[in-house]
Design a protein around this ligand. Structure first.
Ligand code: SF4
Ligand code: SF4
Length: 272
């Protein structure tokens, strides 16, 4: 039995007794939402788009005001979902789908993504910092500074020839501690040297959680707000700005520090 929150559980289909009552997610529709009696069976697939669709459907079902408090009582526990082919990220998605309060849900998902990506960096250690705080790209002389990797912050300007202010060591980098913030944009960023030499990469567009829970505008916020605090990113995410994505992207509205010169789309692609 997998605990989803203080009240609800999920059960692996492998451990499901014969007399366990459930309804398949494919059979749930607007007409029977107010008549759900049992746990929903969710069989995840091996492709991203299908799983995104399943999670979005679950979010719709859970948040619909017509929906009953559905579960199957098993071993004295309220089992909400019967699940098959799940991964850890999909379990996190199930847990998040039950969190009603938006800020709590966004924080939970944001922290999960940060920890998940941290683990990828830690497992591979692609930057190979030495005792002088110099990373592999710096030792190969393909990065602009000699130490501190890519932790140099800058701002965008309206000057079309320079685009950015001079960079300086990020204020969140502390001696002996490293980065003191959980900045998702920084965690997603992989420098050209690592990417082009196929040493390491992060394909954030293939992650199920951003696609299932966040809008395209919010995904831009997650990707392109380096050198800011975790709380600044969370606050920006929950503002839920409804500007059409193409304008949001073009105007650079996804940035916490907006460039004075209004061309975020272009800047984003040449600087990062
Ligand atoms: S991502 Fe590249 S530039 Fe940044 S610390 Fe790692 S190796 Fe260095
Ligand atoms: S916020 Fe980003 S740039 Fe600043 S120290 Fe942390 S990882 Fe480095």
């Amino acid at each position: 039995m997998i605990k989803l929150n203080e009240e609800h559980y999920a059960l692996d289909f492998e451990n499901c007794p014969n007399d366990f009552g459930y309804i398949k997610i494919e059979d749930v529709n607007d007409d029977n939402l107010n008549n759900l009696r049992f746990a929903i069976k969710v069989e995840f697939k091996n492709d991203l788009e299908s799983n995104v669709k399943i999670i979005k459907n679950l979010i719709y079902i859970i948040n619909n005001e017509k929906t009953n408090d559905f579960y199957t009582l098993y071993d004295n526990k309220k089992v909400k979902f019967l699940i098959k082919n799940y991964t850890n990220s999909l379990l996190v998605a199930l847990k998040a789908s039950l969190i009603k309060e938006e800020k709590t849900r966004v924080e939970y998902l944001y922290d999960y993504l940060c920890d998940y990506i941290d683990n990828l960096w830690n497992e591979k250690n692609p930057c190979q910092f030495d005792e002088h705080s110099s990373c592999i790209a710096q030792r190969m002389k393909v990065a602009p500074y000699d130490i501190h990797g890519c932790c140099y912050s800058f701002n965008y300007t309206k000057n079309p020839f320079t685009f950015t202010t001079e960079s300086e060591v990020c204020k969140y980098l502390e001696k002996g501690k490293g980065c003191t913030q959980k900045n998702l944009s920084c965690k997603i960023f992989v420098c050209k040297y690592l990417r082009e030499n196929r040493i390491f990469n992060i394909d954030f567009d293939k992650y199920v959680i951003p696609k299932a829970f966040f809008s395209e505008n919010q995904i831009l916020i997650m990707k392109y707000n380096h050198f800011h605090t975790r709380d600044e990113l969370i606050d920006k995410l929950i503002k839920n700005e409804k500007t059409p994505n193409i304008l949001y992207d073009l105007h650079g509205d996804y940035r916490i520090s907006k460039p004075v010169w209004n061309n975020g789309w272009y800047l984003k692609r040449i600087v990062i």
